[in-house]
Write a protein that binds this ligand. Structure first.
Ligand SMILES: NC(=O)c1ccc[n+]([C@@H]2O[C@H](COP(=O)([O-])OP(=O)(O)OC[C@H]3O[C@@H](n4cnc5c(N)ncnc54)[C@H](O)[C@@H]3O)[C@@H](O)[C@H]2O)c1
Ligand SMILES: N[C@H](CO)Cc1c[nH]c[nH+]1
Ligand SMILES: [Zn+2]
Length: 423
């Protein structure tokens, strides 16, 4: 791997770096066909796709009881660790519960109230790897928000993935279905004989899952489109190149489309990071996937002329994860607005947040951090404004309202105010 100087990047190189859509557009056609078939054929389509894409002949689509049993039967030590992660995630998300409020604004009593969405669908990925942690990240915020019915879909497997099923149960799911990919999103959006339709669908997945979420958007709400993992590490000469490389390799192992970047103003560090990546990759179990991620257009080790430029580069990239490994991390953080989740200092590896610190790991990718954050309790709440005026407060506003209503040609609006003052 070579170090690239950002000053030498062509406009095309920059476009490739900052476009990380991961083939989702190409999957839209397939997702559309799958969704149509699930809407027409229901459960039998889910079974047919389980055979075609997952190589599984499934009997029951609903496996809620199996998830409860898995939580009783998995190794107690593993269960204790899942519970530790779950507790930390719950504690962090409980701080996000907003309180209803009312306040007087010159006699106008105005406020907001927050209520959970009633029925949500949480997709838990499970095609090429098993993701009990993603089950916790999707389900716990919904549970904290007070969602009445949490339905979870996860791909079928020849042997049930008891760890993921246990995590799904521990996190607080109400119904669990074995279905993956676009067909699962269709079932959660429109319902089948077995799966009842939900009102909002959340959770990460591969390009078929993401394309399907984009397709059903409008009929149901969806969360952020969370695609393949991304990491930018901003490092100065104080960073340990082996740790920077380790964090990059960790995110690279998720997916060949994962995008991993280090950016620094220190030439010696940049070279040391590339050497450390080469040295460590061969020791990793998912070596092939890691190599493909590093070969991607959106990955690399970059050298800038100053640390300020490195921070600007990270800001423009707007990564899912940003790690700052530098002398004064807080000062650099001050200049960052666009990142899904920020990890400060050498003892805060991204993998810690992936599993157990308590923050959510379902985060915006492909530059969406410019406009949104990751999954949170708010994802599962709707807000309603409330107001009450007395006669004096309405009288104070009477002329403003009626003038604006008449300006808009909406005479009945003005009349509805005036009528209240007729003797
Ligand atoms: N952002 C996050 O928080 C986060 C967390 C965990 C995982 N992820 C990402 O989620 C993704 C998981 O991907 P995955 O594939 O392992 O699991 P997945 O559950 O997303 O997808 C598996 C499903 O894809 C469908 N599928 C596979 N090939 C298909 C084809 N050719 N045509 C139509 N459908 C097909 C199958 O139905 C299968 O059940 C990875 O990209 C990973 O990086 C992201
Ligand atoms: N890094 C992933 C989000 O991009 C989340 C994850 C799940 N398991 C391990 N990591
Ligand atoms: Zn991860």
């Amino acid at each position: 791997m070579d170090v690239q100087e950002t000053a030498e990047l062509s406009p095309a190189d920059r476009r490739a770096l900052f476009d990380r859509s991961g083939g989702v557009e190409d999957a839209r056609g397939t997702a559309h066909e799958i969704i149509d078939r699930v809407r027409e054929e229901g459960d039998s389509a889910l079974r047919a796709y389980a055979t075609e894409f997952d190589g599984c002949e499934i009997g029951n689509i609903e496996i809620t009881a199996e998830a409860a049993r898995a939580a009783d039967e998995i190794d107690p030590e593993l269960k204790a660790h899942i519970e530790t992660a779950a507790e930390n995630i719950r504690a962090f998300h409980e701080t996000q519960l907003p309180e209803d409020w009312r306040q007087s604004f010159d006699g106008r009593e105005l406020g907001r109230r927050f209520r959970p969405i009633e029925r949500v669908g949480v997709y838990t990925p499970g095609g090429t790897a098993s993701y009990p942690s993603s089950a916790l990240m999707g389900i716990i915020p919904a549970d904290v928000a007070g969602v009445d019915h949490i339905a979870v879909a996860t791909p079928p497997a020849k042997t049930l993935d008891t760890t993921t099923l246990a995590a799904i149960h521990i996190a607080g799911a109400d119904s669990v279905y074995q279905s993956g990919g676009a067909q699962a999103i269709a079932a959660l959006a429109y319902g089948t004989e077995t799966v009842s339709a939900t009102e909002k669908i959340v959770g990460p997945g591969n390009r078929f899952v993401t394309a399907a979420k984009a397709e059903v958007q409008g009929d149901v709400e969806i969360d952020v489109l969370a695609g393949p993992s991304e990491l930018v590490v901003v490092a100065d000469e104080t960073a340990d190149p082996a740790l920077v490389a380790a964090d990059m390799i960790a995110q690279a192992e998720h997916d060949p489309d994962a995008a991993v970047v280090a950016v620094t103003d220190d030439a010696a560090l940049a070279t040391a990071i590339t050497d450390a990546i080469d040295a460590q990759t061969g020791n990793r179990a998912r070596e092939e996937i890691i190599r493909e991620s590093f070969a991607g257009d959106a990955s690399g080790v970059f050298l800038t002329r100053s640390l300020s430029e490195a921070v600007l580069f990270a800001e423009e990239y707007a990564p899912e994860h940003l790690s700052i490994q530098a002398d004064d991390e807080e000062a650099l953080l001050e200049r960052i607005d666009s990142a899904g989740s920020v990890f400060l200092g050498p003892y805060t590896p991204v993998a810690a947040g992936d599993y157990a610190t308590g923050t959510n790991h379902v985060l915006p990718t492909n530059g969406r951090a410019r406009v949104t954050g990751g999954l949170s309790v708010e994802t599962f709440l709707r807000s309603t404004t409330v107001q009450r005026l007395d006669r004096a407060a309405l009288s104070d506003l009477r002329a403003t309202i009626t003038t604006l209503a008449e300006t808009e040609g909406l005479e009945a609006h003005a009349a509805s105010i005036d009528q209240r003052f007729e003797e």
